[in-house]
Ligand binder design. Structure first.
Ligand code: FMN
Length: 234
C-alpha cells in the first residue's frame, strides 16, 4: 500500500496523503458521509465567523446532465468567465517562479504520466475534458461564496476547501479541487440555483481513488520551508 492509499489517522497523515486525484472508481459515497464531511469543513475559521461559503452537491442524474452541458459548451468553444470577477486562477501571463512550477507540473501530469507531448493539443484537451465529468467521481461539488466581501470570502473558502479535503482523507476518500469550472459559470447557473451575488470559487471531485489508473502515481513536489519562510528575531 502506498502512502496515498492509506486512510489518514491524524491531521499530519491527512496532510501528507492528500493529493489531487484525477481518476476515481464509481463506488458511491453515502449522503450521510458527504453531510458529515461538509459539517466538518464548516468548522473552518472565517473572518468574524461570516461563513460565506455555499456548496452545491451533484450526484447521479444531476451530475450527468451537468457534465453533458459542460462538454457541449466546451466543444462549442463557449468559454464564459464571470464578468468583473477579480479571482483569476490562471492569469494570461504567468511570472516566475510560478511559470516554472506550473510547467513542471504540466510536464509531470501530461508527458511523464499520460504520455501526452507538449505540442499534442488534442491529447491535452482529451484529458482536460475529464474535469467536467469530475474525473469519474460519484460526487461533484461546486463551491461558491458571497460576492460582497469577496477577497476575504475567498480566504475563508480556501480554509473550508482544505478542511473538506482533509476530512475526506480521514474517511478514506480522495478529492480534486477544480478551477476548470470557472470557465463555464453560465452553464453552472443554468443547472444550479447560484444567486446573482454568489461567485463560483471552484469545483471539487469526491470519491474513491482508482489506484490502478496511471494518474494515481502523480505526486507533486514542494519547495523546502527555507524557500518560503523567513525567520526574524532570536
Ligand atoms: C483552487 C484550485 C483549483 C484547481 N483546479 C484544478 C483543475 O481545474 N483541474 C485539475 O486537474 N487540478 C486542479 N487543481 C489541483 C492542482 O493542480 C494541485 O493541487 C496541484 O498541482 C498540487 O498537487 P496536489 O494537490 O496533488 O498536491 C486545483 C487546485 C486548487 C487548489
Amino acid at each position: 500500500m502506498t502512502v496515498a492509499q492509506r486512510t489518514a489517522a491524524s491531521v499530519s497523515d491527512a496532510l501528507r496523503t492528500r493529493r489531487s486525484v484525477r481518476a476515481f472508481r464509481p463506488t458511491p459515497v453515502p449522503r450521510e458521509v458527504i453531510e458529515e464531511l461538509l459539517a466538518l469543513a464548516s468548522r473552518a475559521a472565517s473572518n468574524s465567523n461570516v461563513q460565506p461559503w455555499r456548496v452545491h452537491v451533484v450526484t447521479g442524474d444531476a451530475k450527468r446532465r451537468l457534465t453533458e452541458d459542460l462538454w457541449a459548451a466546451l466543444d462549442a468553444g463557449r468559454r464564459d468567465r464571470q464578468p468583473g470577477y477579480p479571482y483569476q486562477p490562471a492569469p494570461d501571463a504567468w511570472v516566475e517562479p510560478f511559470r516554472s512550477r506550473r510547467a513542471e507540473f504540466g510536464d509531470r501530469l501530461y508527458r511523464r504520466t499520460l504520455g501526452v507531448e507538449h505540442d499534442d493539443a488534442d491529447g491535452r484537451d482529451r484529458h482536460h475534458r475529464r474535469n467536467y465529468a469530475f474525473f469519474g467521481a460519484p460526487v461533484g461539488m461546486i463551491l461558491t461564496v458571497s460576492a460582497h466581501p469577496l477577497v476575504g470570502a475567498l480566504v475563508d473558502a480556501g480554509q473550508f476547501l482544505q478542511g473538506l479535503m482533509l476530512a475526506a482523507r480521514e474517511a478514506g476518500l480522495d478529492t480534486c479541487a477544480q478551477a476548470s469550472f470557472l470557465d463555464f459559470h453560465r452553464v453552472l447557473r443554468r443547472h444550479l440555483p447560484i444567486a446573482d451575488d454568489e461567485i463560483v470559487v471552484c469545483g471539487l471531485a469526491l470519491g474513491h481513488a482508482d489506484h490502478d489508473h496511471p494518474l494515481d502515481d502523480v505526486v507533486t513536489p514542494r519547495e523546502p520551508v527555507s524557500a518560503f519562510a523567513t525567520f526574524h528575531g532570536s
